[in-house]
Design a binder for this molecule. Structure first.
Ligand code: PLP
Length: 453
């Protein structure tokens, strides 16, 4: 079990990031955001459209436009953007091919509630790209499409439960928002049961919880509940908690244990899809799941998600035995964006993805080098264009290890970077897009040097 952050890492705090001065500076140049946030809070619950944005420090910024690797706030401050809108903007902001395609579609209508050519044109591209895809279906968000996948798994196996891993995120539905970021106390109190993340959730949603990269915990779960497990779902790279890759052989093990026990293997590729490789984590790691869910990058910044799967399972959706519905599913605006975005991504080829990976590695190595040279104990973990920087002694192996990182120090670092014109996510995750240039990386590292001085 991980020790608590303050015990393990007290000696690792190298310096500090002038948090008070940085906050004052950020506040002084973002007055427009501050007043808008006050106004917004009077009408919009919490002043934000999704709970996770509430944690922005010192307050959520308001933005007016984005172009390539840059985003500009309402006070005209430009930032190099490593949030990519929490992932979707793999091509950066406002990629011209996607913007043009949306514009063309806009002139013909935003939604039909009926069939159109883009539906099969995008489906054909997805099948070509994704190893497990014989058939696909659409929804609008990652949360929805995970529900389709889990329902399908229950239908084809006749079983009611599923296995998920601690720290993995599969959307905000009651059935999956479980043991997402529990504290050590919550884990201990739950004694192996799933921990709901917020108030009002039904207690366990049918989830059996195991530890990422821990074969024994999966074997124990199958020994205790195997006859009831319809599926194992995972983020094949644990992006939502420390960007932790699968340990060597772990995905192979999941493939084998699910096959042997008659459960489906579901890769939640909402983050890894079209990011780790054009064919996602399943291409990158060479393991083909039964089903896989996609969102974020697949829609190039529009609301689109997709389930891809083997025909013998997807046929249950094709026949209507498993209900899959949604008024805006497959809407032509999102699919126009997806078609254009996928064509750009496909044209990058393996060489383009390799280039993206190398650029992200240059950034990652530079961050570690500079922060260490200023006495900070820091590490990174991830795979190519998604990685997490933590003020911790060693990269995490599973969710509990991530609790050892100094989160308050990362918050100060992120604030100093914001003041230096670099926008990062609050949880330590960095996303690099195809729009980031070598000179963006150089500028970012220079900003890091100033932040850490
Ligand atoms: N699955 C994963 C791996 C995610 O990271 C997310 C969102 O971040 C989701 C599912 C839910 O997607 P959405 O926010 O589109 O509902």
């Amino acid at each position: 079990m991980a020790t608590t952050p303050d015990v393990e890492n007290r000696e690792s705090r190298g310096g500090h990031f002038d948090a008070a001065e940085r906050e004052q500076s950020v506040r002084s140049k973002t007055a427009g955001s501050r007043s808008r946030f006050e106004r917004s809070r009077a009408s919009l619950a919490g002043g934000v459209s999704t709970g996770l944005r509430r944690s922005a420090h010192p307050y959520p910024l308001f933005f007016s436009r984005g172009e390539g690797s840059q985003i500009v706030d309402v006070d005209e401050n430009p930032y190099l953007d490593y949030t990519l809108a929490w992932g979707p903007l793999i091509l950066g902001h406002n990629p011209p091919e996607v913007t043009r395609a949306i514009g063309r579609q806009l002139a013909n209508g935003t939604t039909f509630g009926a069939q159109h050519d883009l539906e099969y044109e995008v489906a054909e591209r997805l099948i070509e790209a994704i190893p497990c895809a014989d058939l696909v279906c659409y929804a609008n968000s990652g949360t929805e499409i995970v529900q389709v996948a889990l329902r399908l798994a229950r239908a084809v196996t006749g079983r009611t439960q599923y296995l998920k891993f601690e720290g993995h995120y599969h959307g905000w539905d009651d059935s999956v928002l479980l043991s997402y970021h529990p504290s050590l106390e919550e884990i201990e109190r739950a004694q192996g049961r799933a921990v709901p993340t917020g108030a009002g959730q039904r207690p366990d949603g049918g989830a059996v919880i195991a530890e990422w990269n821990n074969r024994e915990s999966v074997e124990q779960a199958f020994a205790a509940h195997g006859a009831e497990l319809s599926a194992v779902i995972c983020e094949p790279l644990l992006a939502n908690s420390g960007s932790i890759p699968p340990a060597p052989g772990f995905l192979e093990f999941l493939r084998q244990v699910t096959s042997e026990n008659g459960a489906l293997l579901i890769f939640d590729e909402v983050i890894t899809g079209f990011r780790l490789a054009y064919g996602g984590a399943q291409e990158r790691y060479g393991i083909t799941p039964d089903l896989a869910t996609f969102a974020k990058a697949v829609g190039a910044g529009t609301p689109l998600s997709a389930l891809a799967g083997q025909r013998r399972y997807m046929d249950a959706i094709a026949s209507g035995r498993v209900v899959h519905a949604g008024t805006l599913n497959g809407n032509p605006l999102s699919l126009a964006a997806a078609k254009a975005g996928l064509d750009v991504l496909r044209s990058k080829g393996a060489a383009g993805y390799e280039h993206l990976r190398r650029r992200a590695e240059t950034l990652r190595e530079g961050l570690e080098r500079i922060l260490r040279s200023h006495g900070f104990t820091v590490c990174t973990c991830g795979d190519g264009p998604v990685f997490t920087l933590s003020f911790a002694a060693a990269p995490p192996h599973n969710y509990r290890d991530t609790l050892a990182a100094l989160r308050d120090l990362y918050r100060d670092f992120a604030l100093a970077l914001l003041d230096e014109g670099v926008l990062v996510l609050p949880d330590g995750r960095w996303y690099v897009s195809f729009a980031h240039s070598d000179s963006d990386i150089d500028q970012t590292l220079a900003a890091v040097s100033r932040a850490a001085h």
